[in-house]
Design a protein around this ligand. Structure first.
Ligand SMILES: N[C@@H](CCC(=O)N[C@@H](CS)C(=O)NCC(=O)O)C(=O)O
Length: 201
């Protein structure tokens, strides 16, 4: 399999963590890929019409996107504990993944707005609106983190990617300040091998 990815991308990190948590590392070639919404990557555009990472080419030649679909596919390729659980736990894990993807969507848009968009076109109210979604989402994560225990399914992997991305791109945000339960949970997972190997650069 081939994965188009970038070590700064939190969505690609989610996939890269799943690869490592499920022992698929030797089966996936990771292709370092630069992306920008204003300068589409011509090679990636041949495989993903949205020109976004992550994208995964299966051994059969199909190309899958986005990160949630790729993670579900990878979960069919290994024989260890399911990353997207079956039964009653499935819907809660998928809901949590959606919450984390939403926080990441808002965070990546804020990153583009504050780092890519020319200064004279920036719209502070819009950025603040996105930060409102990020903060509400973090409050929701903080409320449920104490119940996670040792679980580390697609929901917790998403949460780890959210917190790692905020530390990487928005270190001034101080998300830990009013959310000690979430900070405590993050401390307990951030030394996992899959986290260390995929730390954003
Ligand atoms: N919903 C997508 C989001 C992927 C995404 O936003 N990727 C960013 C990098 S973190 C990207 O490729 N941006 C390039 C662009 O917007 O053109 C997923 O879950 O994979």
């Amino acid at each position: 399999m081939r994965l188009w990815q970038n070590p700064a991308s939190p969505f690609a990190r989610k996939v890269r963590m799943v690869i490592r948590e499920t022992g698929l590392t030797a089966r996936v070639e990771e292709i370092a890929t630069a992306v920008s919404p204003v300068s589409p990557n011509a090679d990636l555009a041949k495989y993903n019409p949205l020109v976004k990472i992550p994208a995964l080419q299966t051994d059969g030649g199909d190309v899958l996107y986005d990160s949630s679909v790729i993670c579900e596919y990878l979960d069919t390729q290994h024989a260890v504990t399911r990353i997207v659980p079956d039964g009653a736990a499935r819907w809660n894990a998928l809901r949590l993944q959606s919450l984390c993807d939403g926080i990441l969507d808002a965070s990546v848009l804020c990153r583009y707005e504050t780092a890519v968009r020319p200064e004279q076109y920036r719209w502070n109210d819009w950025v603040q609106g996105q930060f409102g979604k990020i903060r509400n989402g973090l409050d929701a994560l903080a409320a449920e983190a104490p119940a996670w225990g040792a679980q580390f399914n697609i929901g917790q992997i998403g949460a780890a990617c959210v917190l790692g991305y905020l530390d990487f791109r928005f270190a001034d945000e101080n998300w830990r300040g009013s959310r000690p339960q979430l900070a405590q949970w993050y401390e307990s997972v951030k030394t996992r091998a899959s986290m260390v190997a995929t730390a954003p650069v």
